[in-house]
Design a protein around this ligand. Structure first.
Ligand code: NAD
Length: 289
């Protein structure tokens, strides 16, 4: 690929710490090649103390755009010129678009989640969702699904540093959308069971199920699930978490992991940067999805 880089090649990248493990370079560089765009995507290791200078560098070096990930998603919003409505409500940005020097912040995690549902034939309009996790990804999912018409949201979180954020998110949803959001303690498993029972869909957006919590799950047993429930775990490594094993055991009609969300958040960013559709089938092949 390096041989194809010219004086006109435009640069994009990921600003995160760590960033080297990311699938995004493979995804976007394949998409640039397949769509004939003279662009290249690389990973930058950028920590919280460096993100302000990194945003300055986007302006100085005229990068076409960037993805932003942990730990920079909230902090970066301060240094941008414009935020999309979802990005402003979520309070976190994962995609920056450089429009002739004006840096726009977007959040495509929630869009990626909603597109993944659509790709699996799931429509949550007017329905009830129980959501575990009110961290970065959980907030994006809660806000985007509320903006897109989910009827009711029961948000569960443990009493950790994200507990207050769960309440802030519910307040924003109740004040800005037609969705009714309520927060519950994830420690109360009876409550979790009864909220799942009255839900159309259950989504895990906590880190429970991936390293260092691999093999664990926020749902204690398969009897929390029933056949006509949709179960989503946004974790994509491992591909089948303990939670999804329980969904399989309960014979749930649809259970999906986070690879689709990861793919479609990338596709939404690609569209924002280039105006073109990502060649999804090609990308599914290279990512072995
Ligand atoms: P975060 O650090 O912002 O939030 C972590 C969440 O997990 C919080 O809600 C926290 O309360 C909860 N949590 C942590 N330890 C817990 C425990 N022991 N018991 C119960 N809850 C616990 O992280 P994030 O960026 O929101 O990521 C959360 C998960 O989502 C990660 O596994 C990440 O890989 C995954 N993710 C997937 C995608 C995708 O595209 N599929 C995108 C973003 C994040």
């Amino acid at each position: 690929m390096a041989q194809n880089v010219t004086g006109h090649t435009e640069l994009l990248g990921l600003m995160a710490m760590p960033s080297r493990h990311s699938n995004s370079p493979l995804m976007h560089n394949t998409a640039f090649e397949k769509t004939g765009l003279d662009c290249v995507y690389v990973c930058f290791e950028v920590g919280r103390d460096e993100i302000k200078d990194a945003v300055k560098a986007i302006r100085t070096l005229k990068l076409k755009g960037c993805n932003v990930s942990m730990p920079n998603k909230s902090e970066v919003c301060k240094y941008l010129d414009k935020l999309s409505p979802a990005c402003a409500l979520i309070g976190a940005c994962n995609t920056i678009v450089n429009k002739d020097g004006c840096l726009e912040g977007h959040n495509t995690d929630g869009i990626g989640y909603m597109t993944m549902l659509k790709d699996n034939g799931v429509d949550i309009t007017g329905k009830k969702m129980t959501l575990a996790g009110a961290g970065g990804a959980g907030t994006a999912i809660a806000i985007q699904s509320a903006l897109d018409g989910v009827g009711e949201l029961s948000i569960f979180n443990i009493h950790d540093e994200f507990w207050d954020n769960a309440h802030k998110t519910a307040k924003k949803i109740n004040e800005n959308t037609n969705c009714k959001a309520t927060v519950y303690p994830l420690e109360d498993k009876e409550l979790l069971k009864s909220e799942i029972e009255s839900s159309y869909i259950f989504t895990n957006a906590t880190g429970v199920g991936m390293k260092p919590l691999e093999g664990m799950t926020v749902v204690p047993s398969a009897d929390f699930f029933r056949k006509d429930l949709v179960v989503v775990d946004i974790i994509y490594s491992p591909k089948k978490t303990r939670l999804l094993e329980l969904a399989e055991e309960a014979d749930c009609r649809i259970w999906v992991n986070g690879t689709g969300m990861m793919l479609f958040q990338g596709a939404a960013a690609f569209k924002l940067w280039t105006g073109k559709d990502m060649p999804i089938d090609d990308i599914k092949k290279v990512l072995e999805l």
